[in-house]
Design a protein around this ligand. Structure first.
Ligand code: GSH
Length: 207
């Protein structure tokens, strides 16, 4: 298996699953800073020019959540993806909550603080996105009271996606005032096969 990644990005989700499942894989770094994701060789693999991409034999898969779901389903005996319909629905619920309600405001903030050309960035959009994030983080903070994992009683694929996303929020100082979420993220990253935190991944680029 091959993982096209760039250290501090959503590719952490895919790497974390591969590590957690103990799958051997070849890591191929695609340097976003150098624009390697816009080169024809990479666009032939993912026409969207985005990371991560997983290649398993002749199967090419993009979208970090699709990748982690595929890996969890392929290694079903590890129990990261329940088969009971209601338990599975809970996992899907929190995966979707994570990428639509939490990640989207974080992405808007990233675009309007760093990714769009400076003259097109809208400070008001950063404020709105921060409010949107907090409103949904309030919901999650309550949900996590007395819970170890986001869905059900044991770790699932949803936890890895969520913990990475909370680390992202923490990087932009949006987790202050959420003790349950901070504690949960800390527990997840203390797992023996955890992926690097975003800050460590950024630091590794400059090492
Ligand atoms: N929904 C996609 C988003 C992928 C994505 O936007 N990846 C970023 C890095 S986190 C990227 O490759 N950006 C390069 C670009 O947009 O030009 C996923 O979850 O895989």
């Amino acid at each position: 298996m091959k993982l096209y990644e760039f250290a501090p990005t959503r590719s952490i989700r895919a790497r974390w699953l591969l590590q957690e499942l103990g799958v051997d894989f070849e890591a191929v770094s695609v340097d976003l800073r150098a624009g390697e994701h816009r080169r024809p060789e990479f666009l032939a693999i993912n026409p969207a020019g985005k990371l991560p991409v997983l290649v398993d034999g002749d199967f090419v898969l993009t979208e970090s959540v699709a990748i982690v779901l595929y890996l969890a389903a392929k290694h079903a005996s590890k129990g990261l993806l329940p088969t009971d319909p209601r338990q599975r629905a809970e996992v899907d619920r929190w995966l979707l909550f994570t990428v639509t309600e939490l990640e989207q405001p974080l992405w808007r903030i990233a675009r309007h603080t760093a990714l769009y050309p400076e003259e097109r960035r809208l400070p008001a959009e950063v404020l709105l996105a921060s409010e949107d994030f907090r409103a949904m983080a309030d919901v999650l903070e309550k949900h996590m009271q007395q819970r170890q994992f986001v869905a059900g009683e044991r770790v699932t694929v949803a936890d890895f996606v969520l913990a990475y996303t909370l680390d992202w929020a923490n990087e932009v100082k949006l987790l202050d005032g959420y003790p349950q979420l901070l504690a949960y993220m800390g527990r997840m990253y203390a797992r023996p096969h955890a992926a690097p935190r975003i800050a460590a991944a950024f630091a590794s680029l400059n090492a």
